[in-house]
Design a protein around this ligand. Structure first.
Ligand code: NDP
Length: 495
């Protein structure tokens, strides 16, 4: 592989942000190597449980001491808007480090950073739109007030697949609500979260509102989910850690919001436009090298069009350029780390040994400096196979066939997950029946993996709890206080 001029000659060093001060950790440092190039690109603190304690104390002080939840929403909104402006000004710098740490194509990182700014602008509007209700119908002597208040100190744990974008789906809404926060990004992709801390400082955010502790899930993530002085945890990642977060939340009954895994079905009816569907299906499974919680990894196609659709998918998978994320023509970059790549290759092996027919791909790609996996297609996938049930989180598509719409709905729902689903169909009735029958939090009809700040996101079943973004994205981070005001002469209770 030729060395790209955008590769840094030395890794960039970052510090944590606690109570308005930037600093290292007693725990040491973590050096991140680019998964596409194998060179060191960043160094972040290896945080400890003691760092989390300090960060929670700072967030609590700010939440209770004033200066954030109590200020006019217009002032909070102005800071969020300024932060969005600064994101756009620093777009190229943010996108480059995102690509160097995650392995995703640079053009894609630029789109994600721009999309993130959009979320910050949208959430700034929600700060001012947030309001309660009144009940003026309780009788002449009573008035009912319903107040929305910030929930308090939020612990925010984010993953490595869309580090800056997933942060933007949550953090500005948390801040708009008036909460303070302690965040832990994935140890693989911490830099853009730390850069966001600096941006918020430049935008005028009071110290202690946002605190960032980088490090490993154990101990930093665990210290957050177990912390008795955190009121809510927002976690995005694996269902395994999501489940342990729910269990840990019992200690102080903290609220939990979760966006977890998916095994997302893509249903193609006999009448679908197969050219459009094939392109959408290839995008849906290869976007971000398949490391996407809403990735369309289970293709359920009407048996009458399986052959022509498979041929089209094969042709497109053969054309997609996979490789160095700094080369603009490449659509698919690297897998985030060796563990994930080994996991994907292991699941591909299980697909083969359990009777799936490997039609293309299935192996690690050269050059070996980075972790690249070939676009992979299996046909003849049945419900009992591991690749039909487990989230692969890689560029691997499995095809099964159906006969009736009822069959397709049953097959689509035959999973413990319910995050997303896609339908390709020209028949309005069939697509509506499928849409109503499939149990998933996000759905697309004749398109896939698109959206924007206006749309709520979240999962059914074991894919999650709660909803982020959209008109009520801020509600997740609030408590509701119900107040009755008696205006009349009180009737004595004691007689
Ligand atoms: P994890 O769930 O382990 O990682 C997500 C986040 O949780 C990271 O910040 C991680 O930190 C942190 N974390 C890890 N362990 C704990 C813990 N015990 N308590 C609190 N926080 C913790 O995902 P993996 O990176 O291990 O990926 C495994 C699989 O999870 C993937 O193959 C994929 O199937 C799924 N996944 C789903 C995502 C989604 O968007 N829904 C995103 C990422 C993964 P650290 O990185 O330091 O371990």
């Amino acid at each position: 592989m030729t060395v790209h001029p955008k590769l840094p000659s030395a890794p960039r060093k970052f510090q944590n942000l606690i109570g308005g001060s930037w600093g290292d950790s007693q725990g040491g440092e973590i050096v991140r190597l680019s998964p596409a190039h194998g060179v060191p690109v960043s160094v972040v603190p290896r945080g400890t449980a003691a760092d989390v304690d300090k960060a929670v104390a700072a967030a609590r002080r700010r939440f209770e001491g004033g200066g954030w939840a109590e200020i006019p929403a217009a002032s909070r909104a102005a800071i969020l808007r300024k932060a969005a402006d600064l994101i756009l000004q620093q777009k190229d710098e943010l996108a480059l480090i995102e690509t160097l740490e995650s392995g995703k194509p640079l053009w894609q990182s630029v789109n994600e950073v721009t999309g993130a700014a959009d979320l910050w602008y949208y959430a700034s509007g929600q700060a001012q739109a947030m309001h309660g209700e009144t009940f003026n119908n309780l009788g002449h002597d009573s008035l009912g007030l319903v107040l929305r208040e910030p929930i308090g100190v939020v612990g925010l744990i984010t993953p490595w697949n869309f580090p800056f974008y997933i942060l933007a789906e949550r953090l500005p809404f948390i801040l708009a609500a008036g909460c303070t926060v302690v965040m832990k990004p994935s140890e693989h992709t911490s830099s853009t979260t730390l850069m966001m801390g600096r941006i918020l400082e430049q935008a005028g955010l009071p110290e202690g509102v946002v605190n960032i502790v980088t490090g490993y899930g154990d101990p930093v993530g665990q210290a957050i989910v177990n912390h008795m002085d955190i009121d809510m945890v927002s976690f995005t990642g694996s269902t395994r850690v999501g489940r342990s977060t729910v269990i840990a939340s019992a200690a102080n009954i903290k609220k939990v919001s979760l966006e977890l895994g998916g095994k997302n079905p893509v249903v193609v009816t006999a009448d679908a436009d197969l050219d459009k569907a094939a392109d959408g299906i290839v995008y849906g499974v290869l976007h971000n090298a398949g490391q996407c919680c809403v990735s369309g990894s289970r293709l359920i196609v009407h048996e009458s069009v399986e052959k022509p659709l498979t041929e089209r998918i094969l042709e497109l998978m053969g054309k997609v350029r996979v490789g160095d994320p700094l080369v603009p023509e490449n659509r698919v970059g690297a897998i985030v780390n060796e563990t994930q790549m080994t996991r994907i290759l292991g699941l591909i092996d299980q697909g083969k040994s359990q009777g799936g027919k490997l039609v293309t791909g299935g192996a690690r790609m050269e050059p070996r400096a980075g972790y690249f996996v070939e676009p992979t297609l299996f046909t003849g996938v049945t419900r009992d196979m591991t690749i039909a049930r487990e989230e692969v989180f890689g560029p691997v598509l499995g095809i099964s066939t159906f006969r009736s719409t009822a069959d397709a709905i049953r097959m689509a729902n035959d999973t413990e997950y319910g995050l997303a689903a896609t339908i390709w169909s020209s028949d309005l009735r069939k697509s509506m029946d499928l849409m109503r029958g499939i149990r998933a939090g996000r759905m697309w009809i004749n398109t896939t993996i698109t959206g924007g700040p206006e749309m709520p996101i979240g999962g059914y079943k074991q894919s999650g709890l709660g909803r982020e973004t959209g008109p009520s994205g801020i509600d997740e981070y609030t408590e509701v206080k119900s107040v009755i005001v008696d205006l009349g002469a009180r009737q004595p209770w004691v007689i």
